[in-house]
Design a protein around this ligand. Structure first.
Ligand code: PCA
Length: 213
């Protein structure tokens, strides 16, 4: 089996993006699957084009995209991506779409097709804080997750995909107060466990990770 794992370039004035650094640290093989690692630009549209090129070239069975979610405490496995771009800050090319559809012929939303709960449980069993998240935001991470699942529906039948958000690492919070962080090593270990669970679980486990507002 082949698993494509992507991280994002730095954005929003940061010098580093922990998603990319943690992806680079992953082993070449996890649970018998070959791991292909790639970097994605933080640019609306271009991110999906690059991902499409990578899928076309590598033909993976599973794609897991990873991005930074500064302010979150744990590794969050995203459940759903929505068909909207609404950017609070410009992307790395200066684009700032507001309330634009990602694909006119796409569904309102797509669910991740990975065993998200098995992934969370595997990370927790390995002492990595993690949780299911029900929003990937409306910036480039949601954009690429939506694009990935749109492509899986329209162009790559059978391809499984999803998205994981990771917290800041310590060096990013030195001048920020009251901001959660996690070491790069622990983030990368969490990703490795999440990939393992994605490879080993054809179906997700039936256990509640629901939220009450
Ligand atoms: N995080 C951003 C985009 C790139 C990244 O790493 C997001 O959550 O949308």
């Amino acid at each position: 089996m082949k698993v494509l794992v992507t991280g994002f370039e730095p954005f929003g004035g940061e010098k580093i993006n922990p998603s990319l650094e943690a992806v680079k640290m992953l082993p070449e093989i996890i649970a018998g699957a070959d791991i292909i690692k790639a970097s994605i630009p933080v640019v609306f549209g271009k991110s999906i084009e690059k991902l499409d090129e990578l899928i076309e070239k590598e033909r993976p069975q599973v794609v897991i995209c990873v991005g930074q979610a500064g302010g979150r405490f744990e590794l969050s496995v995203e459940r759903v991506a929505i068909n909207i771009d609404d950017a609070r800050i410009p992307d790395n090319a200066g684009n700032q779409p507001v309330d634009e559809r990602i694909f006119e012929d796409g569904e309102a939303a797509y669910f991740a097709t990975l065993p998200i709960k098995a992934m969370v449980e595997e990370m927790r069993a390995g002492s990595v804080p993690s949780a299911v998240s029900n929003t990937a935001g409306t910036y480039v991470c949601n954009n690429i997750m939506y694009g990935l699942l749109y492509l899986a529906h329209k162009k790559y039948p059978g391809l499984k995909g999803g998205f994981i958000h990771v917290p800041f690492i310590p060096e990013q919070v030195i001048a920020r107060t009251n901001t959660p962080y996690m070491s790069l090593e622990q983030i990368s270990k969490g990703l490795e466990l999440a990939v393992k669970a994605a490879v080993e679980n054809e179906e997700d486990i039936k256990v509640s990770h629901g939220k009450i507002c």
